[in-house]
Design a binder for this molecule. Sequence first.
Ligand SMILES: C[S@@+](CC[C@H](N)C(=O)[O-])C[C@H]1O[C@@H](n2cnc3c(N)ncnc32)[C@H](O)[C@@H]1O
Length: 231
Amino acid sequence: MKSSKSQLDIHYEACPKKLEARNQTIIQSYRNIFHKKSIPANKQYWAICGRCSYKKGKLAENCEPDQLIKEKLIKSNQFHGVEICPEIYEANKNSNKQIHWYLGDFYESMVEYSNHNKFKPAIVNVDMLLMPKCGAEYLSKIMHFLTPIKNIMIVGNFIIKTRQHVATIEDMMKRLEKEPCFQSSMSSDNWKIKRQYYLYNGTGKTRTKMGTIILYKEVKRGGRYKDVDGN
Ligand SMILES: C[S@@+](CC[C@H](N)C(=O)[O-])C[C@H]1O[C@@H](n2cnc3c(N)ncnc32)[C@H](O)[C@@H]1O
């Protein structure tokens, strides 16, 4: 799942469609599901982050962490951003010292982190540049890994239409349902799928269409949603 050189030049932060998609699929979804404005102070936000800096030492305006921090969903030190492309990671890593930046594959980075640290994600944003065929396998692997964690929301973003390929959200669901990791996660815990799928045209001028599936688990206690650790 290597990114192409042109990934370096994509300005995700400058695109109003991307901003609105993040608002709908991440910020509003989390608030509607968990009835909280922000993720708990002891929890983390993990994302495939893409490029978040274009000027040395400066976080780009409206990039993913900037938007979420301004919206008060998270604080800087709660953002854990993973990027597979070394040039993008190098550009990101000095832009905000409180943010945790990682170079590598998203799934592997989370596994590696959890082996040595307290891994406490509240939101995991799997912002894939994959079609449903590979996307379903990758997303369900992550879902399976996150199944022991309570009060979590996974945002699965994938490509459903390019110039060469067309797929639908239903294709993604069908593919997910066939994945052993998805089946085992669904049967072992109370995962819910947000049936309201979001479709939006890809970033910038591209004709790519993206789709989003939200997977979540919450613990409801006494009519209020509470974290297992009381937050
Ligand atoms: C769609 S962007 C992320 C955008 C970001 N989440 C945002 O909201 O602005 C995709 C990025 O994922 C990176 N990428 C692709 N596969 C990856 C993987 N398996 N692990 C980590 N990064 C990956 C690409 O290099 C690219 O920069």
